[in-house]
Ligand binder design. Structure first.
Ligand SMILES: Cc1cc2nc3c(=O)[nH]c(=O)nc-3n(C[C@H](O)[C@H](O)[C@H](O)COP(=O)(O)OP(=O)(O)OC[C@H]3O[C@@H](n4cnc5c(N)ncnc54)[C@H](O)[C@@H]3O)c2cc1C
Length: 386
């Protein structure tokens, strides 16, 4: 029985194939009636759960091909970010942004517009400059920036074919210092704080009108940004109360390569809480403050079923299926307790309150029965990012 990371999706696939070569993959795809790719299985939805065959590229040959002139890297689709960022660093390059965890595959992350934080940073998908895809006939096709409909192909939700490699834009390697500050009043200049450093995340449990933690990831050579009225944490912190801080990337302002600071979680440890449900809503930056106050107005309903909420900024893009399409965005994320029956009414309530802000919310609802049956806790309802 193969499940996603959270255990809330059990794949109904008739077979899961692990091809070891492009030729083998092409043959599998050409001969299949219905086939879909799966990456590192961290998505919460059932998009890859078609009941046909599945193909996992994790055993395909590793490809990391850096073109210094073009400032690009071509990587095999099944690689996890943690598996090639060191190669980039060794050649003086980096990716501009990363998600909270480096455990996910490049193909899966970019197919779903995975994001980190930073008012000046687009999603991980905006780094994609080209794709190599095996189509339904088993033929290899490539599509690159500038080709017709490229903007419709990058965030493809697995529906384009099986992506075998991706070309990503690079930036010169850079160092980051990470500080955690505590006690930011919700009435502060929230957008100013999100803009205050290269990448900023706000974490709150909505127990009061004070945001618990501000994670500031600033470029090592930038002047230190201290959000007003906050206190700098006196030791390492985990965003989820009670979780081990060793799971988190280095804090306390010690500089390090960007790939070791931009994610919150270290690759060798479990990210986040593990036993949880998740929801995320994306609102336009211009609506963000009002949207946060709308959540604050129902915090007595939110807090009892919540582990932690994260607020991040993402720059607008032009990718057709992206939740940040044509609008600078603030993402309001909820990591709930693993009790779907208690959580779902609150998810609905938050959705109702954020509807007036045009919150982008897509994806599946999951049934309480299925979530209860999940062994290691559940996650799901990534409502904003299918
Ligand atoms: C603990 C945790 C923390 C997270 N943090 C963040 C975060 O900070 N920011 C954020 O935006 N998201 C976050 N996510 C969500 C995660 O980034 C997305 O779910 C992402 O899609 C996971 O990538 P994956 O490789 O595991 O994808 P999978 O779940 O394996 O697949 C996702 C989709 O991609 C398609 N796909 C995968 N590989 C291929 C391929 N080779 N060819 C064609 N299609 C393919 C699949 O068909 C499917 O539709 C988090 C998830 C978890 C569990």
């Amino acid at each position: 029985m193969d499940r996603n990371w959270a255990g809330n999706v059990t794949y109904r696939a008739t077979a899961i194939h692990y091809p070891r070569s492009l030729a083998e993959l092409r043959e599998r795809v050409a001969n299949a009636v219905r086939i879909r790719a799966v990456g590192t299985r961290h998505a919460f939805n059932e998009l890859a759960n078609t009941g046909g065959e599945l193909v996992d590229l994790g055993r395909m040959p590793r490809l990391v091909e850096i073109d210094e002139q073009a400032r690009q890297v071509r990587v095999s689709a099944g690689l996890r970010y943690a598996e090639f960022t060191e190669d980039l660093d060794a050649r003086g390059f980096a990716l501009p942004t990363l998600a909270s965890l480096p455990h996910i595959s490049v193909a899966g992350a970019t197919a779903t517009a995975t994001h980190g934080s930073g008012s000046g940073n687009g999603s991980l998908s905006t780094s994609v400059a080209g794709l190599e895809v095996v189509n339904a006939d088993g033929d290899v096709v490539t599509i690159g920036r500038g080709d017709a409909d490229f903007d419709g192909a990058v965030v493809h939700l697995g529906a384009l074919g099986v992506v075998t490699s991706l070309t990503l834009d690079l930036v010169p390697a850079f160092q980051i210092r990470q500080y955690v500050h505590e006690g930011l009043p919700l009435d502060s200049d929230i957008l100013g704080v999100l803009d205050g450093a290269y990448s900023v995340s706000l974490f709150t449990d909505w127990s009061s009108d004070t945001i618990n933690q501000v994670w500031v990831k600033q470029r090592a050579d930038d002047p230190e940004f201290v959000p007003q009225a906050t206190t700098r944490a006196d030791g390492p912190r985990h965003p989820v109360p009670g979780m081990a801080t060793q799971n988190c990337t280095q804090q306390l302002g010690i500089p390090g390569r960007s790939a070791d600071r931009l994610p919150h979680f270290r690759p060798e440890f479990t990210p986040s809480a593990g036993a949880e449900l998740q929801t995320e809503f994306m609102v336009a930056r211009s609506d963000a403050v009002a949207a946060l106050h709308a959540v604050d107005a129902i915090r007595d309903r939110v807090h009892p079923v919540l582990q932690i909420s994260e607020i991040r900024a993402v720059k607008a893009d032009r990718l057709w299926l992206s939740p940040y399409y044509a609008r600078d965005t603030v993402c309001i994320h909820f990591t709930w307790i693993a009790d779907a029956a208690a959580v779902m009414p609150v998810v609905d309530l938050v959705g109702e309150r954020l509807a007036e802000f045009g919150a982008r919310r897509t994806g599946r609802r999951f049934s309480p029965q299925r979530r209860k049956s999940c062994g290691r806790g559940t996650r799901g309802c990534r409502t904003s990012r299918i």
